[in-house]
Design a protein around this ligand. Structure first.
Ligand SMILES: [Ca+2]
Ligand SMILES: [Ca+2]
Length: 299
């Protein structure tokens, strides 16, 4: 591994602390369940997914449409699911499906689901650990086969309607469930990665080396939270001023990405080397990005 350590002193008006009565280090839950058409699905849906719809009147042509909230998906769509890092993930869609869908997960892992043979309108795919990597999010895209063409007044592409998506970590791949495969080894970007908030089986923090000061205890997976971020990943609250130590690539420009949730402006600094840098709140995908020039990193 190349790289040397750089100290980032980062200050800003960051977060109002919520202090629970007891410190509870959260083990990962048994599953992440995203109610499509219901609360919190906004944070995972990408392009090609239509508006949320509530159950319709009872005279719809299939019980699905008057028994659940859902969204129509176009012929091509994208979403970002919460996922369990470095585990096989069993991804199940509950959906009204009348054509096949070619799915792509992470770094080019592919699987096809078809409308034949699904029980309870549930369609499952095993996404191997090597497709998920060390991330807590999993990009998924789909293409309908054959493509949907509207022949009625509703001109939208309505390739399938999805009620929910569930992601479970599995030790054993269930029999008869399709496994996503990749034609080539996954092409992971060259990077250092720190899963802030991760703990091991004994409850010990796995991110200690990066945390210098100003951050609270690991938590996350807060099942009753009204915020998707707090429900579907582990994290730490950072106070108004905090310092982390990050590995960097010597002699090169370094792009640093923080995935986080803040409604505040962040002011970041590398003491004595860089002018303060301000980063706007609420970035796309919760990703705060900053480029550290090679001459600031040094050799
Ligand atoms: Ca639903
Ligand atoms: Ca995390």
């Amino acid at each position: 591994m190349r790289g040397s350590a750089a100290m980032w002193r980062v200050a800003g008006l960051v977060a109002v602390m919520l202090v629970p009565a007891a410190i509870c280090r959260s083990a990962p839950p048994d599953e992440h369940l995203v109610d499509i058409g219901g609360e919190l699905d906004e944070s995972i849906i990408g392009e090609g997914i239509h508006r949320a719809e509530n159950p319709g009147p009872g005279d719809t042509y299939h019980a699905f449409f008057h028994s659940c909230s859902f969204r129509w998906f176009a012929n091509r769509w994208r979403m970002t699911l919460p996922a369990f890092p470095e585990r096989d993930n069993l991804v199940t869609f509950r959906a009204k499906l009348e054509r096949s869908i070619d799915l792509s997960f992470g770094q080019g892992f592919e699987a096809r689901i078809s409308s034949a043979g699904a029980e309870g309108l549930e369609y499952s795919v095993v996404v191997p650990a090597e497709a998920v990597g060390y991330y807590e999010t999993l990009p998924v895209s789909g293409v309908a086969d054959p493509l949907f063409e509207s022949t009625d007044r509703d001109r939208r592409e309505r390739a399938w309607a999805v009620d929910w998506v569930r992601v479970r970590p599995v030790d054993e791949r269930p029999e008869g469930v399709v496994v996503a495969i990749s034609a080539a080894p996954p092409q992971w970007p060259e990077e250092h990665f720190i899963n802030v908030g991760a703990i091991d089986a004994d409850g010990d923090a796995l991110d200690e080396a990066a945390i210098v000061e100003g951050a609270y205890y690991p938590e996350g997976y807060n099942a009753n939270s009204k915020g998707a971020f707090y429900r579907w990943c582990n994290f730490r609250w950072f106070g108004n001023e905090w310092t982390v130590t990050l590995p960097v690539y010597a002699g090169e420009n370094n792009e640093i990405v923080f995935r986080g949730q803040s409604s505040r402006m962040l002011r970041m600094s590398l003491p004595g080397i860089l002018e303060d840098v301000y980063i706007a709140p609420k970035p796309a995908n919760n990703e705060y990005r900053i480029v550290l020039p090679a001459d600031a990193v040094g050799e």
